[in-house]
Design a protein around this ligand. Structure first.
Ligand SMILES: *[C@@H]1O[C@H](CO)[C@@H](O)[C@H](O)[C@H]1NC(C)=O
Ligand SMILES: *[C@@H]1O[C@H](CO)[C@@H](O)[C@H](O)[C@H]1NC(C)=O
Length: 389
């Protein structure tokens, strides 16, 4: 998801998915939430939100609520957003030169989740496969690797960025590498090229952890086998060509359940199982796995019905190995993370815009938490690996 304003967000997004296969006995290895906040505060005039100020315009996690998630809700997976223009200031460009202050702040969040709490952390450069101007995400910024845009960072620079980042987490087995958030409206062949460059960079460091590779159309599951944008090839026609020498790369999928899959509406009308059917078949055909790293819904009865159906579907189809709901995070306040303006966020202990309980209570506890408890007994509480049934 992208946000646009400091604390006031507007979300949009798209996603998609597909399929119905019924393979019983699947295992969800990673189950949890997005921690959104590290990308906040950039909306408006280009450059004005950069670099931003930690704790004022952006922040990654609230340690106390991560404690709640792990200790009380028993989740084991956090997708932690960050902004590439903050990690690699535009003045020095995308690559291996990091802003060490921003990196240390991010690393502290990742280490809290993984080392202190023992959960998994998915690194999420929340950039739509664009770099140099996040002021009007998801549309601003040059497409990485676009050789017709003189201001664009190159695919080689993207590989340098990932090589450096992976080298810094190479010895942390609880880290998962998400190549980029929601590429869209670009050549699908270029997404393949950029994904492959990231994989090559990550593996060159000796890092063996799971990598998540996104496709086109905001990496939507429902549209995985469809043309997206202005006639961009379906992700399904290119992404099976990814090569990971360790065979440890899964497809990163986003899927919202409202009418246009944008995650902006309060009402859910798009059933996950049927919309994911084609994706599921494609994953089976190419022997690939997927993680649904964003999905969401409001506390409207239609969403409270369709959200658990989606999660149940993922746990019943063994091509899916994990999911994270959108979104918790330290800076949402009374704002909604998705799905209309009144639900609030999934951050524990907050209220929504009307002063009532936020989505943590009315969505997560109301229906999502139940799927963890019912669908799946954690088979290994000490190392916390397995959810699912
Ligand atoms: C690096 O990040 C810190 C923290 O946001 C910020 O204060 C500083 O100005 C940044 N430096 C550069 C060169 O962007
Ligand atoms: C990865 O998968 C390919 C194709 O199935 C196989 O030939 C190769 O040995 C696998 N590599 C590893 C490291 O498992």
């Amino acid at each position: 998801m992208f946000l646009t304003e400091k604390l006031r967000l507007v979300l949009k997004s798209t996603l998609a998915v597909v399929s119905i296969a019924a393979c019983a006995g699947a295992t969800i290895i990673y189950a949890g939430v997005n921690e959104s906040g590290g990308e906040f505060g950039v909306f408006g005039t280009p450059g004005t939100g950069l670099p931003g100020e930690f704790g004022v315009t952006y922040e990654f996690i609230n340690e106390a609520t991560v404690d709640t998630w792990v200790d009380t809700n028993q989740i084991n997976f956090f997708r932690v957003t960050m902004l590439m223009e903050r990690m690699c200031p535009v003045a020095t460009g995308l690559g291996s030169t990091f802003n060490e202050t921003y990196f240390s702040e991010y690393e502290a969040a990742i280490n809290y989740i993984t080392v202190t709490k023992g959960a998994y952390a998915l690194i999420d450069p929340h950039n739509y496969m664009r770099y140099n101007d996040p002021s009007d995400q998801p549309d601003s910024g040059s497409i990485i690797g676009d050789t017709t845009d003189p201001k664009a960072a190159t695919t080689a620079q993207f590989q340098e960025f990932w090589t450096e980042l992976a080298s810094r987490f190479v010895s942390n087995p609880k880290v998962v590498f998400g190549i980029n958030n929601e590429p869209h409206d670009m050549a699908t062949s270029l997404i393949l090229e950029n994904d492959q460059a990231a994989i090559n960079g990550i593996r060159s460091t000796g890092a063996t952890q799971l990598i998540l590779a996104p496709g086109n159309g905001f990496t939507g599951g429902h549209s995985w086998t469809q043309v997206t944008g202005e006639n961009d090839d379906p992700s399904s026609e290119w992404l099976f060509m990814l090569v990971d020498p360790l065979n440890n790369t899964a497809i990163d999928i986003h899927e919202y359940l409202d009418e246009d899959f944008s995650g902006t509406h309060e009402t859910c009308t798009q059933p996950g199982p049927s919309n994911l059917a084609a994706l599921t078949s494609w994953l089976q055909e190419f022997n690939l796995k997927a993680v649904v790293s964003e999905f969401g819904g409001s506390n409207d009865p239609t969403c409270l019905e369709l959200l658990p159906q989606l999660i149940q579907y993922l746990s019943e189809n063994d091509v899916y190995i994990g999911w994270s709901a959108w979104a918790a995070g330290p800076f949402w306040g009374t704002n909604s993370a998705c799905c209309g303006t009144t639900v609030g966020s999934l951050e524990p202990g907050q209220v929504n815009a009307e002063g009532g309980a936020d989505g943590y209570t009315t969505v997560w506890e109301a229906v999502i938490q139940q799927t963890i408890n019912l669908g799946g007994k954690r088979s290994n509480p000490t190392t916390w690996v397995i959810f699912g049934n």
